[in-house]
Design a protein around this ligand. Structure first.
Ligand SMILES: [Zn+2]
Ligand SMILES: [Zn+2]
Length: 69
């Protein structure tokens, strides 16, 4: 489990909660946060193979990896 700082009251809270327990600020993930949380593995749409998101294409069928930019 990771901890994040509430942007409103700066209390350290679990990143699993949707609302800060101290000040009730909603903690929905920003787009910037989503980019950092790029998944470690991609599941190929074509063949279902899972592979590292560092790879540019599926090692099984060659289908290009989805773009997370
Ligand atoms: Zn807060
Ligand atoms: Zn594949």
């Amino acid at each position: 489990m990771r901890f994040i700082k509430c942007p409103h009251c700066r209390k350290l809270i679990s990143d699993k909660v949707a609302v800060c327990p101290k000040c009730n600020t909603k903690l929905l993930e920003s787009k910037e946060e989503n980019e950092k949380n790029r998944p470690a593995f991609i599941v190929c749409d074509e063949c279902g193979e899972s592979y590292s998101s560092d790879m540019l294409s599926c090692p099984n069928c060659g289908m290009p990896a989805p773009d997370y930019k």
